[in-house]
Design a binder for this molecule. Structure first.
Ligand code: NAD
Length: 248
Protein backbone atom coordinates (compact mmCIF):
# COMPACT_ATOMS: atom_id res chain seq x y z
CA UNK A 1 0.00 0.00 0.00
CA UNK A 2 1.86 3.02 -1.29
CA UNK A 3 -0.52 5.62 0.16
CA UNK A 4 -1.40 4.22 3.56
CA UNK A 5 -1.92 7.05 6.05
CA UNK A 6 -2.50 9.66 3.30
CA UNK A 7 -5.76 11.56 2.96
CA UNK A 8 -6.55 12.81 -0.54
CA UNK A 9 -9.09 15.25 -1.92
CA UNK A 10 -10.01 14.84 -5.59
CA UNK A 11 -12.16 17.30 -7.55
CA UNK A 12 -14.26 16.27 -10.56
CA UNK A 13 -14.03 12.66 -9.44
CA UNK A 14 -17.44 11.72 -10.83
CA UNK A 15 -16.12 10.37 -14.11
CA UNK A 16 -13.11 10.26 -16.41
CA UNK A 17 -9.59 10.85 -15.13
CA UNK A 18 -10.80 12.11 -11.74
CA UNK A 19 -12.73 8.92 -11.06
CA UNK A 20 -9.95 6.62 -12.29
CA UNK A 21 -7.47 8.51 -10.10
CA UNK A 22 -9.68 8.46 -7.00
CA UNK A 23 -10.07 4.69 -7.40
CA UNK A 24 -6.33 4.21 -7.90
CA UNK A 25 -5.48 6.35 -4.85
CA UNK A 26 -7.96 4.39 -2.72
CA UNK A 27 -6.63 1.06 -4.00
CA UNK A 28 -3.19 2.12 -2.67
CA UNK A 29 -4.62 2.72 0.79
CA UNK A 30 -5.32 6.47 0.73
CA UNK A 31 -8.43 7.78 2.42
CA UNK A 32 -10.01 9.49 -0.56
CA UNK A 33 -12.61 12.23 -0.63
CA UNK A 34 -14.10 12.01 -4.09
CA UNK A 35 -16.01 15.15 -5.01
CA UNK A 36 -17.93 16.33 -8.05
CA UNK A 37 -20.41 18.97 -9.13
CA UNK A 38 -22.84 16.20 -10.09
CA UNK A 39 -23.79 14.21 -6.98
CA UNK A 40 -25.44 11.45 -9.03
CA UNK A 41 -22.06 10.51 -10.49
CA UNK A 42 -20.75 9.96 -6.96
CA UNK A 43 -23.24 7.10 -6.38
CA UNK A 44 -20.86 4.96 -8.39
CA UNK A 45 -18.52 4.89 -5.37
CA UNK A 46 -21.02 3.10 -3.13
CA UNK A 47 -19.34 0.18 -1.41
CA UNK A 48 -15.79 1.06 -2.53
CA UNK A 49 -13.28 0.83 0.31
CA UNK A 50 -11.42 3.99 1.41
CA UNK A 51 -13.63 6.38 -0.59
CA UNK A 52 -15.97 8.96 0.86
CA UNK A 53 -17.92 11.26 -1.40
CA UNK A 54 -19.16 14.83 -1.19
CA UNK A 55 -20.76 17.10 -3.77
CA UNK A 56 -18.47 20.03 -4.55
CA UNK A 57 -18.74 22.80 -7.12
CA UNK A 58 -15.20 24.11 -7.51
CA UNK A 59 -16.62 27.43 -8.71
CA UNK A 60 -17.95 27.95 -5.17
CA UNK A 61 -15.06 29.28 -3.05
CA UNK A 62 -16.98 29.06 0.24
CA UNK A 63 -17.97 25.46 -0.47
CA UNK A 64 -14.32 24.52 -1.09
CA UNK A 65 -13.31 26.16 2.20
CA UNK A 66 -16.10 24.39 4.09
CA UNK A 67 -15.20 21.00 2.70
CA UNK A 68 -11.47 21.38 3.35
CA UNK A 69 -12.21 22.46 6.94
CA UNK A 70 -14.29 19.28 7.47
CA UNK A 71 -11.60 16.84 6.34
CA UNK A 72 -9.96 14.82 9.11
CA UNK A 73 -6.56 15.41 7.47
CA UNK A 74 -5.21 16.51 4.11
CA UNK A 75 -2.04 15.24 2.45
CA UNK A 76 -2.92 15.15 -1.24
CA UNK A 77 -4.99 17.52 -3.37
CA UNK A 78 -5.76 16.54 -6.95
CA UNK A 79 -7.31 19.50 -8.78
CA UNK A 80 -8.85 17.68 -11.72
CA UNK A 81 -11.86 19.82 -12.70
CA UNK A 82 -11.71 21.45 -16.11
CA UNK A 83 -13.58 22.17 -19.31
CA UNK A 84 -12.57 22.17 -22.99
CA UNK A 85 -13.72 25.02 -25.23
CA UNK A 86 -13.60 24.57 -28.98
CA UNK A 87 -12.54 27.36 -31.32
CA UNK A 88 -9.86 29.79 -32.39
CA UNK A 89 -9.35 33.26 -30.95
CA UNK A 90 -11.78 34.59 -33.57
CA UNK A 91 -14.66 32.56 -32.15
CA UNK A 92 -13.81 33.03 -28.48
CA UNK A 93 -16.17 35.08 -26.33
CA UNK A 94 -15.42 36.91 -23.09
CA UNK A 95 -17.95 34.68 -21.33
CA UNK A 96 -16.22 31.49 -22.50
CA UNK A 97 -12.83 32.91 -21.49
CA UNK A 98 -14.13 33.78 -18.01
CA UNK A 99 -15.81 30.40 -17.58
CA UNK A 100 -12.67 28.49 -18.62
CA UNK A 101 -10.32 30.53 -16.47
CA UNK A 102 -12.66 30.23 -13.50
CA UNK A 103 -13.08 26.47 -13.84
CA UNK A 104 -9.64 25.49 -15.11
CA UNK A 105 -7.46 27.94 -13.16
CA UNK A 106 -9.23 29.96 -10.46
CA UNK A 107 -10.70 26.79 -8.91
CA UNK A 108 -7.17 25.49 -8.44
CA UNK A 109 -6.10 28.80 -6.87
CA UNK A 110 -9.03 28.56 -4.42
CA UNK A 111 -8.55 24.87 -3.60
CA UNK A 112 -4.82 25.28 -2.99
CA UNK A 113 -5.37 28.41 -0.91
CA UNK A 114 -7.81 26.45 1.25
CA UNK A 115 -5.67 23.30 1.45
CA UNK A 116 -2.24 24.83 2.10
CA UNK A 117 -2.73 25.86 5.74
CA UNK A 118 -3.79 22.28 6.54
CA UNK A 119 -0.80 20.87 4.67
CA UNK A 120 1.62 23.31 6.30
CA UNK A 121 0.37 22.16 9.71
CA UNK A 122 1.18 18.49 8.91
CA UNK A 123 4.11 16.70 10.60
CA UNK A 124 3.87 18.82 13.71
CA UNK A 125 4.10 22.07 11.75
CA UNK A 126 7.03 21.03 9.50
CA UNK A 127 4.61 20.82 6.62
CA UNK A 128 3.78 18.01 4.24
CA UNK A 129 1.62 17.66 1.20
CA UNK A 130 1.42 16.96 -2.50
CA UNK A 131 -0.67 19.10 -4.83
CA UNK A 132 -1.40 17.76 -8.30
CA UNK A 133 -2.94 20.10 -10.85
CA UNK A 134 -4.62 19.04 -14.07
CA UNK A 135 -2.97 20.74 -17.04
CA UNK A 136 -2.88 19.21 -20.54
CA UNK A 137 -0.50 18.59 -23.39
CA UNK A 138 -2.49 21.42 -24.93
CA UNK A 139 -1.14 24.63 -23.44
CA UNK A 140 2.48 25.17 -22.48
CA UNK A 141 3.73 21.98 -24.15
CA UNK A 142 1.91 22.20 -27.46
CA UNK A 143 -0.47 24.45 -29.36
CA UNK A 144 -3.42 22.55 -30.80
CA UNK A 145 -5.90 23.82 -33.40
CA UNK A 146 -9.20 25.23 -32.14
CA UNK A 147 -8.12 25.15 -28.52
CA UNK A 148 -7.40 28.87 -27.97
CA UNK A 149 -9.16 29.36 -24.63
CA UNK A 150 -8.38 25.87 -23.40
CA UNK A 151 -4.68 26.10 -24.25
CA UNK A 152 -4.37 29.51 -22.63
CA UNK A 153 -6.05 28.30 -19.44
CA UNK A 154 -4.03 25.08 -19.21
CA UNK A 155 -0.78 27.02 -19.75
CA UNK A 156 -1.85 29.21 -16.82
CA UNK A 157 -2.15 26.05 -14.72
CA UNK A 158 1.53 25.38 -15.33
CA UNK A 159 2.50 28.87 -14.17
CA UNK A 160 0.29 28.53 -11.11
CA UNK A 161 1.85 25.14 -10.35
CA UNK A 162 5.42 26.40 -10.60
CA UNK A 163 4.65 29.47 -8.47
CA UNK A 164 3.20 27.39 -5.65
CA UNK A 165 6.08 24.92 -5.94
CA UNK A 166 8.65 27.75 -5.71
CA UNK A 167 7.03 29.40 -2.70
CA UNK A 168 6.60 26.25 -0.61
CA UNK A 169 9.47 24.01 -1.68
CA UNK A 170 11.20 24.59 1.65
CA UNK A 171 8.11 23.85 3.72
CA UNK A 172 7.31 20.26 2.82
CA UNK A 173 4.86 21.02 0.04
CA UNK A 174 5.25 19.71 -3.49
CA UNK A 175 3.14 20.99 -6.38
CA UNK A 176 3.18 19.36 -9.82
CA UNK A 177 0.98 19.31 -12.89
CA UNK A 178 -0.01 16.46 -15.16
CA UNK A 179 -0.46 16.81 -18.89
CA UNK A 180 -2.42 13.99 -20.50
CA UNK A 181 -2.80 13.47 -24.23
CA UNK A 182 -6.26 12.63 -25.53
CA UNK A 183 -8.16 10.46 -23.06
CA UNK A 184 -11.31 8.51 -23.84
CA UNK A 185 -13.65 10.03 -21.24
CA UNK A 186 -17.36 10.97 -21.28
CA UNK A 187 -16.63 14.59 -22.15
CA UNK A 188 -14.38 13.56 -25.07
CA UNK A 189 -17.23 11.39 -26.35
CA UNK A 190 -19.51 14.46 -26.16
CA UNK A 191 -16.97 16.54 -28.07
CA UNK A 192 -16.64 13.86 -30.72
CA UNK A 193 -20.42 13.50 -31.07
CA UNK A 194 -20.84 17.24 -31.55
CA UNK A 195 -19.01 17.05 -34.92
CA UNK A 196 -21.01 16.60 -38.14
CA UNK A 197 -18.98 13.46 -38.81
CA UNK A 198 -18.18 11.86 -35.44
CA UNK A 199 -16.31 8.91 -36.98
CA UNK A 200 -13.95 11.27 -38.80
CA UNK A 201 -13.59 13.39 -35.65
CA UNK A 202 -12.62 10.32 -33.60
CA UNK A 203 -10.05 9.37 -36.24
CA UNK A 204 -8.54 12.86 -35.99
CA UNK A 205 -8.38 12.72 -32.17
CA UNK A 206 -6.68 9.30 -32.39
CA UNK A 207 -4.22 10.59 -35.01
CA UNK A 208 -2.88 13.16 -32.52
CA UNK A 209 -1.14 10.35 -30.63
CA UNK A 210 1.76 8.65 -32.42
CA UNK A 211 0.80 5.50 -30.48
CA UNK A 212 -2.27 5.43 -32.69
CA UNK A 213 -4.93 5.35 -30.02
CA UNK A 214 -6.60 7.29 -27.22
CA UNK A 215 -5.60 6.79 -23.59
CA UNK A 216 -7.98 5.19 -21.13
CA UNK A 217 -8.48 7.11 -17.91
CA UNK A 218 -6.90 4.32 -15.82
CA UNK A 219 -3.70 4.83 -17.83
CA UNK A 220 -3.40 8.39 -16.49
CA UNK A 221 -4.16 7.49 -12.86
CA UNK A 222 -0.71 5.93 -12.12
CA UNK A 223 1.06 9.28 -12.54
CA UNK A 224 -1.38 10.75 -10.01
CA UNK A 225 -0.61 7.91 -7.57
CA UNK A 226 3.13 8.43 -8.08
CA UNK A 227 2.91 12.17 -7.44
CA UNK A 228 0.66 11.61 -4.42
CA UNK A 229 3.09 9.12 -2.90
CA UNK A 230 6.43 9.67 -1.20
CA UNK A 231 8.08 7.95 -4.18
CA UNK A 232 7.99 11.36 -5.88
CA UNK A 233 9.46 13.11 -2.83
CA UNK A 234 12.19 14.87 -4.91
CA UNK A 235 9.83 16.08 -7.66
CA UNK A 236 8.18 19.49 -7.57
CA UNK A 237 7.22 22.26 -9.96
CA UNK A 238 7.16 19.90 -12.95
CA UNK A 239 4.73 18.97 -15.68
CA UNK A 240 4.36 15.21 -16.14
CA UNK A 241 3.12 14.35 -19.59
CA UNK A 242 1.39 11.02 -20.30
CA UNK A 243 0.44 11.42 -23.92
CA UNK A 244 0.98 8.45 -26.22
CA UNK A 245 3.92 10.21 -27.80
CA UNK A 246 2.16 13.46 -28.61
CA UNK A 247 5.08 15.57 -27.38
CA UNK A 248 7.99 13.37 -28.50
P1 NAD B 1 -14.86 14.76 -17.99
O1 NAD B 1 -14.65 16.07 -18.66
O2 NAD B 1 -15.52 13.67 -18.77
O3 NAD B 1 -15.62 14.95 -16.62
C1 NAD B 1 -15.46 16.15 -15.92
C2 NAD B 1 -16.09 16.03 -14.56
O4 NAD B 1 -16.00 17.33 -13.99
C3 NAD B 1 -17.57 15.65 -14.56
O5 NAD B 1 -17.79 14.61 -13.63
C4 NAD B 1 -18.27 16.94 -14.12
O6 NAD B 1 -19.45 16.73 -13.38
C5 NAD B 1 -17.18 17.59 -13.28
N1 NAD B 1 -17.34 19.04 -13.15
C6 NAD B 1 -17.72 19.92 -14.10
N2 NAD B 1 -17.81 21.16 -13.57
C7 NAD B 1 -17.47 21.05 -12.26
C8 NAD B 1 -17.40 21.97 -11.19
N3 NAD B 1 -17.71 23.27 -11.35
N4 NAD B 1 -17.02 21.52 -9.97
C9 NAD B 1 -16.72 20.22 -9.78
N5 NAD B 1 -16.79 19.29 -10.76
C10 NAD B 1 -17.16 19.71 -11.98
O7 NAD B 1 -13.44 14.25 -17.45
P2 NAD B 1 -12.02 14.24 -18.14
O8 NAD B 1 -12.13 14.26 -19.65
O9 NAD B 1 -11.28 13.14 -17.46
O10 NAD B 1 -11.37 15.65 -17.75
C11 NAD B 1 -10.90 15.90 -16.46
C12 NAD B 1 -9.77 16.90 -16.52
O11 NAD B 1 -8.74 16.39 -17.36
C13 NAD B 1 -10.14 18.26 -17.11
O12 NAD B 1 -9.46 19.27 -16.38
C14 NAD B 1 -9.61 18.18 -18.53
O13 NAD B 1 -9.31 19.46 -19.06
C15 NAD B 1 -8.36 17.36 -18.31
N6 NAD B 1 -7.85 16.71 -19.50
C16 NAD B 1 -8.65 15.86 -20.21
C17 NAD B 1 -8.16 15.27 -21.35
C18 NAD B 1 -9.01 14.34 -22.19
O14 NAD B 1 -8.63 14.07 -23.35
N7 NAD B 1 -10.11 13.83 -21.68
C19 NAD B 1 -6.83 15.52 -21.77
C20 NAD B 1 -6.05 16.39 -21.00
C21 NAD B 1 -6.57 16.98 -19.87
Amino acid sequence: MRLKSKTALVTAAGQGIGRASALALAAQGAQVWATDLNPRLLDGYDGIANVRTAPLDVLDKAAIERLVAQLPALDVLFNCAGFVHNGTILQATDEEWDFAFNLNVRSQFWAIQAALPRMLANRGGQGGGSIINMASVCGSLKGLPSRFIYGASKAAVVGLTKSVAADFVGRGIRCNAIAPGTVDTPSLAERINSYDDPAEARKNFVARQPMGRLAQAHEIAPIVVYLASDESVFATGQVFSVDGGMTI
